[in-house]
Design a binder for this molecule. Structure first.
Ligand code: KG4
Ligand code: ZN
Length: 338
């Protein structure tokens, strides 16, 4: 049997991305980042949708060229239906619908969060894919949750943030330090030259497997305001130690609940997913904890961590095999449960 060839389209936030998957193998994964938002310290929804509109055709064309695939070879079009910014989602949704209609192939809707998790099943994401049931710490700019993944499309959120997401915490604290958006990767880079024990910030006391990140953000803000009054150069003189300490606090908070969940549920298959899973300290903490507690750990390849269309194409492929197609009347959904 010929393996299916599927185009995936992602436009939920500020990355316009298109990917081609054949079987489980990614042939191309192209993304256009929208640098315009750096100027504003966060994603400006109106500018994001406008940029998606400009990027989507070239990005899709590049993904076809890189994969050496003709439009007519495509067996289905998968797209991110949600969750995300409505104006951004609408661009990908409308484009996917029109393309599927003109090629007369099935249209497949994809949940962005499921896609972050199911990226682990892309052929080159891991040496071996995770075995069900596994736990997946899903950490992005918009979400932070521990998901019990019982099967491809049978997932249960067992803990989540009650306020900010972990990526949001990185980005907002980075803003306090005067760093560009998104600050997560910058903090990661700066932390490499800093001592993570330089400063201590308050840790939340949350019930169950839930998270909170607004406390650490406030504690950093007050601390910085106090120090700056004494020494206006405090941030620049201590930036590496500040970044390393903040990163350590966030990673400690994330790992503590993940360890609690894995221990109490007696699960040793443990994965991370989402933009923050690109963080080097989190990846290292997973390695160390995995060794100590005998977990099989799954850390996605770097290009499958932050928003990308490869993960959308992967989910579309799984749904294609199940014959789960969307109607052309489907519409973007800013909120879309797992
Ligand atoms: O999954 P993603 O690309 O988009 C959403 O669905 O939100 O995640 C983006 C988030 C941003 O908050 C960004 O700062 C964070 O992931 N991020 C990182 C790193 N790379 C991306 N945070 C910490 N360390 C990184 N290396
Ligand atoms: Zn995402």
């Amino acid at each position: 049997m010929n393996e299916s060839i599927i185009l995936g389209i992602e436009s939920s936030c500020d990355d316009t991305s298109a990917a081609i998957i054949r079987g489980n193998e990614i042939l191309s994964n192209i993304a256009a980042n929208q640098e315009i938002h750096n100027l504003y310290g966060g994603v400006v929804p109106e500018l994001a949708s406008r940029a998606h509109q400009q990027n989507i055709i070239p990005v899709v064309q590049q993904s076809l060229t890189k994969a050496n695939i003709q439009q007519n070879d495509i067996d289905a079009v998968g797209f991110t239906r949600g969750p995300g910014l409505l104006g951004s989602l609408l661009v990908g949704t409308s484009f996917a619908k029109s393309l599927a209609m003109s090629l007369n192939v099935p249209l497949i809707e994809v949940n962005h969060l499921q896609a972050h998790i199911l990226a682990h099943f892309i052929a080159d994401a891991n040496p071996v894919p995770p075995k069900f049931p596994f736990l997946c710490l899903t950490v992005s700019g918009g979400h932070t949750m521990i998901v019990l993944v019982k099967d491809y499309f049978d997932m249960q959120i067992i803990g989540k943030t009650t306020d900010d997401a972990a990526g949001e915490a990185f980005d907002k604290i980075g803003k306090i330090f005067g760093l560009d958006y998104p600050a997560g990767p910058i903090i990661d880079r700066m932390a490499k030259e800093g001592d993570p024990t330089s400063f201590e910030f308050s840790k939340p006391k949350m019930q169950n497997y839930d998270y909170s990140f607004s406390g650490i953000k406030t504690s950093v803000l007050y601390f910085i305001q106090k120090e700056i009054r004494k020494n206006p150069e405090f941030i620049s003189e201590n930036i590496h130690g500040l970044c390393a300490s903040v990163q350590k606090s966030i990673v400690d908070i994330l790992m503590q609940k993940l360890i609690k969940a894995a221990t109490e549920l007696n699960i040793t298959e443990v994965a991370i997913a989402g933009g923050v899973s690109a963080n080097s300290a989190l990846r290292q903490a997973m390695q160390e904890t995995g060794q100590k507690l005998g977990w099989n750990i799954y850390i996605p390849k770097f290009e499958y961590t932050t928003d990308n269309a490869a993960m959308i194409a992967m989910v579309a492929k799984l749904k294609f095999e199940r014959g789960e197609f969307a109607d052309l009347s489907t519409s973007a959904a800013a909120r879309y449960d797992l």
